[in-house]
Write a new protein. Structure first.
Length: 881
């Protein structure tokens, strides 16, 4: 309360007046400990300071990233506030607006003010305080009075209508965010079908020492909070909504399309229709093509939420209680009633870093997947930004970034190249190259990777590679970032570098969750969730409070205790907590309601993946050299076959025993054909047998964010088939240099061209065969044995050296292998039965057009079957995804 005679100033924000006197130092920003909380990604944690100095109020920039603007001019030094002044934080046009009204005139309503939160001294970490209990030796601070509202404004909390699948999670206000008093005019709330259990209060986190984020770009620009459109004020054509400035409503988000949606005034009321956007338009978490908007509907475009209020579409302002992540009563049970998680409760506000730790088998990765939305909980609710994450997953999935333990970048590419291809796959296809480059540059700057942008990933340090993997996820601007064992395999110095990076990412306004076994740098975290085996919580709170709760600060001893007595640790944790009401049942989710992830078209993905695969081949110089040399080596081996007749019949010779006259040289043609067919099989398989298994982690992550397995597979088949055609040409040319080519083919007049087609198509078939083997391999170590077995089987089943015709069982099995049909097509082309009379009487070798076409068609059929099997393998659900 202002003391008598004290100088006062009224700060009006979001229609709420707050009065301060000269004894108070007013801090503004996103951190929970500030005096005036301002919810915007443009705003730094402690953005600005307003204080009484001598004879007047002085406003100063607190080293913010995006600046403080007074009358549209950025502050370069403190300024006196001696008159009513408009101030914007973060941007001169779209930043949050504050009205500073010094002394008289007296504000319409005054309220007792929250005393300023005591700030820790520089270099000193604040002591941990449980959100539901006062610190030792202190009494719990009473609830502050709430202010009245001064005019129409966006609602502080906008629950979805009854027909929505969204579950509004009721939460109490915090001292940092005032709410409307009961005397304030309120819109009528929808009737609820039944009481909803309350959710635990958002913890008032005492933040750890912050990293220097002065050089970081904004997380995402947000337009102003003023109303946008009313149904009775729309122009005849409605209002266009999109990413570019030629729209009436500009959505500054990378996932919004240029022309995303249109707001129109229909006879039924305010209506929104999607304009064929890449990522869709969502109303209450459900993707809609066209729908009538009703009061309190939540409209999501990209990562930006709007809410319908009194016939007006306004930007949704989430109260502090709804910001961040809420895990309430979550359990997870698998077949056999085995519980992997038991009643897990956790709150993680914006700008916080939370570590999930515990012994092996404690359910850390399971919980991270539940939080990421890739797994449904058996009970309880996971809410993000006040919305049921699993019930509205399709609308919220783009706000979640998941960084797996293994690197998700191709090591042969530079950082900029890898991010460039990822941006093409993840961002809407109407983004220009300049638009994508702008996003990439911002991500590189935030993660301090600009100077390493043109460095190959395999030449980065372990910490830098992890930054590059995180950069991949930041392309779409997620506000929830989950990392699985990011410090695994790193030395202590790199471990600390990674944790500093995570601290910076959280300080930029994100919710960061890290699964880790490393306990060396937990002091950088705002919260630690310790899980015991069986997914039972042993501790949840600030790292500084672990000693008092667990009886020791030695993490090795703590891990040993909870591993040996998980039930006792769980019971002790629950006894320390205030009463937590039972978790509400999760909202029913219709089958397939997760929808498809945002993605570019299949043709666009195919083009991008083809270009990336070509660059990967040329970037790996050792692999490229091997591909260039291989056909020359195999071609040289064909010249070792004795004889000078090649694929032609030699002179007539008389058998000394029988006296029969037969042409000579037929055995040479048979041996040459075996070498060529086996060489084609080897070239095709070696092109791809290590490919899918080598980038499996990358594929799983890309598939999770929208990559089509069909586009992925077809791009690889196309690139490697072209390579196989080129290698086959080199092989044939070298062979014909030293050996005579065949005569007329079975169908094509030139036997040389027809034989090239036989060899090339056999190589292409084995390209797909190699991809199938790669999809079956569990690790790179399994690839070489599989390749050797495959080549040996092809040699036997070809039928050139070992007869398979007329041998029941073996003949039928041989039909399943490419070499059988490739050799048959080649034998038909060179007319092997005429020039080598001792060859076996195989009907598939006849020198006729019908026989040759049959051989080629069946070779293509096997290729298609192998491709379908490989595609089905790529579509299988994997836990790593």
């Amino acid at each position: 309360m202002s003391s008598p005679g004290a100088q006062t100033i009224t700060v009006r924000h979001d229609g709420t007046d707050r009065v301060f006197d000269s004894n108070q130092k007013i801090t503004m920003g996103r951190a929970p400990e500030v005096t005036l909380f301002v919810d915007s990604p443009l705003v730094s944690r402690v953005h600005a300071t307003l204080a009484w100095q001598g004879s007047g109020w002085v406003l100063s920039d607190n080293g913010s990233t995006n600046g403080v603007f007074v009358d549209a001019r950025r502050l370069s030094q403190p300024v006196a506030i001696d008159r009513p002044t408009q101030v914007r934080l973060g941007d001169a046009i779209s930043g949050p607006l504050l009205h500073l009204l010094p002394s008289a005139p007296q504000p319409r309503q005054q309220r007792p003010m929250t005393p300023p939160v005591a700030q820790p001294q520089q270099g000193q970490r604040p002591s941990y305080q449980h959100p539901n209990r006062p610190a030792p030796g202190q009494q719990q601070r009473p609830q502050q009075p709430v202010p009245s509202q001064s005019g129409a404004q966006p609602m502080a909390q906008s629950p979805a209508p009854p027909q929505s699948s969204s579950q509004a999670l009721p939460k109490p206000p915090t001292p940092q965010q005032p709410v409307a008093s009961q005397s304030s005019p309120q819109l009528p709330l929808p009737q609820q079908s039944g009481p909803q259990p309350p959710v635990p209060q958002q913890p008032n986190f005492n933040m750890t020492t912050r990293a220097d984020t002065s050089a970081l770009p904004p997380l995402r620009a947000r337009p102003s909070t003023s109303p946008i459109a009313r149904a009775d004020r729309l122009p005849p054509g409605g209002l266009a909504i999109g990413r570019t400035t030629d729209n009436q409503i500009v959505v500054n988000d990378p996932l919004a399309s240029r022309k995303h949606a249109r707001l129109v005034a229909a006879s039924e009321g305010l209506t929104i229709e999607d304009l064929g956007s890449a990522n869709g338009t969502f109303v209450n978490g459900t993707r809609q093509q066209r729908t009538v908007l009703r009061e309190r509907d939540i409209v999501t475009i990209g990562n930006i939420d709007f809410v319908v209020q009194q016939g007006t579409l306004v930007h949704r302002q989430k109260p502090v209680a709804e910001q961040g992540l809420s895990v309430h009563g979550v359990g997870f049970t698998v077949e056999g009633n085995k519980q992997l998680l038991v009643d897990v409760n956790m709150q993680a506000g914006r700008g916080t870093l939370t570590a999930l730790i515990g012994p092996s088998g404690a359910g850390k990765s399971t919980l991270s997947k539940l939080i990421a939305g890739s797994t449904q909980p058996s009970g309880g609710v996971v809410a993000f930004e006040g919305r049921n994450l699993h019930a509205e997953y399709e609308a919220l999935r783009s706000r979640i970034g998941m960084v797996p333990q293994d690197d998700v970048l191709h090591r042969q590419l530079t950082v900029r190249q890898a991010l460039g291809y990822a941006a093409e796959l993840r961002l809407p296809p109407d983004n220009s190259k300049a638009d994508r480059q702008k996003v990439i540059d911002g991500v590189l700057k935030e993660l301090s990777l600009t100077e390493h942008a043109d460095t190959r990933v395999d030449r980065l340090s372990g910490g830098q590679r992890k930054r590059a993997s995180v950069a991949l996820e930041l392309l779409t601007g997620p506000s929830l970032l989950i990392l699985d064992e990011p410090t695994s395999g790193l030395d202590p110095a790199l471990d600390r570098q990674v944790m500093v990076m995570l601290r910076e990412l959280a300080d930029a306004g994100r919710v960061v969750i890290v699964v880790t076994h490393s306990v060396a740098c937990l002091d950088m975290c705002d919260q630690v969730l310790l899980l015991a085996p069986g997914g039972k919580t042993a501790f949840c709170g600030h790292p500084a409070g672990v000693g008092g709760a667990m009886g020791t600060s030695d993490w090795a001893e703590i891990f040993a205790n909870v591993a040996s007595n998980p039930d006792q640790a769980f019971a002790a944790y629950r006894s320390r907590q205030a009463f937590i009401p039972p978790a509400p049942a999760p909202a029913p989710v219709k089958p397939g309601s997760a929808g498809r992830p945002p993605r570019a078209s299949g043709i666009k993905q195919f083009s991008t993946l083809m270009r990336r695969q070509i660059r990967l081949i040329f970037a790996d110089r050792g692999y490229l050299a091997f591909l260039l040399v291989l056909p020359f080596i195999l071609g040289a081996l064909s010249l070792v076959v004795p004889g000078k007749n090649g694929f032609t019949a030699g002179g007539l010779v008389q058998d000394p025993v029988s006296g029969a006259i037969t042409p000579s040289g037929g055995a040479e043609a048979q041996q040459l054909l075996v070498v060529l067919i086996l060489g084609a099989c080897f070239m095709g398989a070696t092109l791809t047998v290590r490919d899918l298994v080598g980038e499996r982690t990358i594929f799983y992550r890309e598939r999770a964010v929208g990559l089509l397995p069909s586009a992925y597979l077809l791009a690889k088949i196309a690139v490697f088939s072209i390579t196989a055609f080129l290698q086959a040409a080199v092989l044939i040319v070298i062979t014909f240099i030293g050996k005579k080519p065949p005569g007329a083919g079975s169908l094509i007049p030139s036997g040389s061209v027809e034989l090239y087609v036989d060899i090339a198509l056999t190589a292409v078939c084995c390209v797909v065969f190699g991809l199938l083997l790669s999809s079956l391999a569990k690790s790179n170590e399994q690839v070489m044995p599989m390749l050797v077995v495959m080549i040996m089987v092809q040699l036997v089943m070809a039928g050139g050296l070992i007869p398979v015709t007329g041998r029941p069982g073996l003949e039928q099995v041989s039909w399943l292998f490419p070499s059988r049909w490739g050799y048959a097509a080649g034998a038909s082309t060179v007319n092997i039965r005429e020039i080598f009379l001792n060859s076996q009487p195989d009907g598939l070798w006849d020198h006729t057009s019908g026989t040759w076409i049959l051989d080629i068609v069946l070779l293509l059929v096997i290729t298609a079957i192998l491709a379908v099997f490989t595609w089905s393998r790529l579509r299988l659900k994997k836990s790593a995804a």
